[in-house]
Design a protein around this ligand. Structure first.
Ligand code: PRP
Length: 179
């Protein structure tokens, strides 16, 4: 384990098993269609690439960024689209891949964004959910793990742009973010 981590919350093996299940769920749901899978950068990037290799659906990949946190540990409020999609999603089924649903504000913003762009449907797959942190009523259609309200990093999640490449999800030591 990385020396800045306190404990592992979700192991590499647990992630792999659940990602496989999520991939199978997508295969069943989107069989015979050609959806656009959208990666909400940066946190979702690791989950996105594993998830799409675990599904047999033909997908177009697209990328965007929405941000409300910056280098802070607390939400700064209203999320903003900071990088737009490469392609149009008008008339398309969208699979939005998220690393975590926290306050729920990003999901509300993104569901509205895709509706405004004329998407045919939006299905949200989230790696993690922190229901105890929710401030707006919003949830993913498929969640891999529900987690407690700890400061977590790894498998895409960062603290000040570090730890995204850890293969597991771990709680960060207090001494690291209270320096
Ligand atoms: C994180 C995460 C989600 C969002 C969830 O992104 O990737 O998109 O926050 O929070 P919410 O439910 O409170 O809106 P962040 O802004 O940290 O950017 P990053 O993915 O580039 O780290």
């Amino acid at each position: 384990m990385h020396p800045d981590c306190e404990r592992i919350l979700v192991s590499e093996e647990e992630i792999a098993a659940r990602v496989k299940e999520a991939g199978r769920w997508l295969t069943e749901k989107f069989r015979g269609t050609f959806p656009v899978a959208v990666c909400n950068l940066k946190g979702s990037s690791v989950f996105f690439s594993d998830l799409l290799r675990a599904t047999q659906v033909d997908v177009e990949m697209d990328f965007m960024a929405v941000s409300s946190y910056g280098a802070q540990t607390i939400s700064a409020g209203q999320p903003k689209v900071t990088r737009d999609l490469f392609s149009s999603v008008a008339g398309r089924d969208v699979i939005l891949v998220e690393d975590i649903v926290d306050t729920g504000r990003t999901l509300v913003t993104l569901r509205r964004f895709f509706a405004d762009r004329g998407a045919k449907s939006v299905t949200v797959v989230a790696l993690l959910d922190k229901p105890s942190r929710r401030v707006v009523d919003s949830q993913a259609d498929y969640t891999c793990f529900e987690v407690e309200d700890a400061f977590i990093v790894g498998y895409g999640l960062d603290y000040a742009e570090r730890y995204r490449n850890l293969p597991y999800i771990a709680e960060l030591k207090r001494s690291v973010y209270e320096k």
